[in-house]
Design a protein around this ligand. Structure first.
Ligand code: FMN
Length: 216
């Protein structure tokens, strides 16, 4: 394996920033807002809102996949998906998730975990109404996470849906909607020189949040 393709030989120093428990925001939300704004403004970040969400099935086996973060506030972080997907089945068995956002050009990672709830239907519908029509139709056409015999079957399903809703607005499918992960722990990681990175964790302790530094 040459040096370019050998992951053991890949070695970048992390020098862009630092994170100090004396100056971090007083809430995880404010800190996430700051870092999200930095990531969104950085042309080197593709899809600042790409977030990996891990779930656990009834047998205790974890799965992780990328979704798009579509909102966050003091109640938690929101993403949208199919309520009959594999992840939705996991969340029925174990309504708890871990998520990670990584912005490599910023040398930053945010991890969080906590209980998961479905959004109120009105909130899902308001978001669905804002989506491009093509995405709305695909939400109807795709039985997410099921085995399909071919791409043609999916394209036929998309066409059938297009005919069904021709000339009218596309409502949110009943099996599609949002989830909110309400964090109990949020960790901000900033890469530092010589792998002596900064990790600051906000941890819910009863009713109050504890801010503490973790060893890298
Ligand atoms: C950049 C990116 C964004 C994605 N966004 C979403 C999303 O917002 N919602 C979603 O259900 N799947 C999204 N996916 C697809 C998921 O990663 C996954 O394939 C799908 O949700 C099925 O996962 P499951 O079978 O574990 O339920 C995205 C994938 C990528 C790579």
């Amino acid at each position: 394996m040459d040096a370019m393709s050998d992951p053991a030989a890949a070695r970048r120093g992390y020098l862009r920033g630092q994170l100090d428990e004396a100056i971090v925001s007083s809430t995880w939300l404010e800190h996430l807002q700051l870092w999200y704004a930095d990531a969104a403004a950085d042309p080197a970040v593709v899809e600042a809102n790409a977030m990996q969400v891990a779930t656990v099935d009834a047998a205790g086996h974890p799965s992780v996949r990328t979704v798009l973060l579509k909102g966050f506030d003091d109640r938690g972080v929101v993403f949208y998906t199919n309520y009959e997907s594999a992840k939705a089945r996991d969340l029925e068995a174990n309504p708890y998730a871990a998520a990670v956002l990584v912005w490599l050009s910023q040398e930053r990672q945010v991890r969080l975990s906590g209980p998961v709830t479905r959004l109120e239907r009105a909130e899902t519908e308001a978001y669905f109404d804002s989506r491009p029509r093509g995405s709305q139709l695909s939400a109807w056409a795709s039985p997410q996470s099921t085995v399909v015999p071919s791409r043609a079957v999916l394209e036929d399903a998309a066409q059938a849906v297009e005919q069904r809703f021709a000339g009218s607005d596309v409502p949110a499918p009943p099996n599609w909607g949002g989830y909110r992960v309400t964090p109990e722990v949020v960790e901000f990681w900033q890469g530092r020189a010589d792998r002596l990175h900064d990790r600051i964790r906000y941890r819910l302790d009863g009713d109050s949040w504890v801010i503490e530094r973790l060893a890298p």
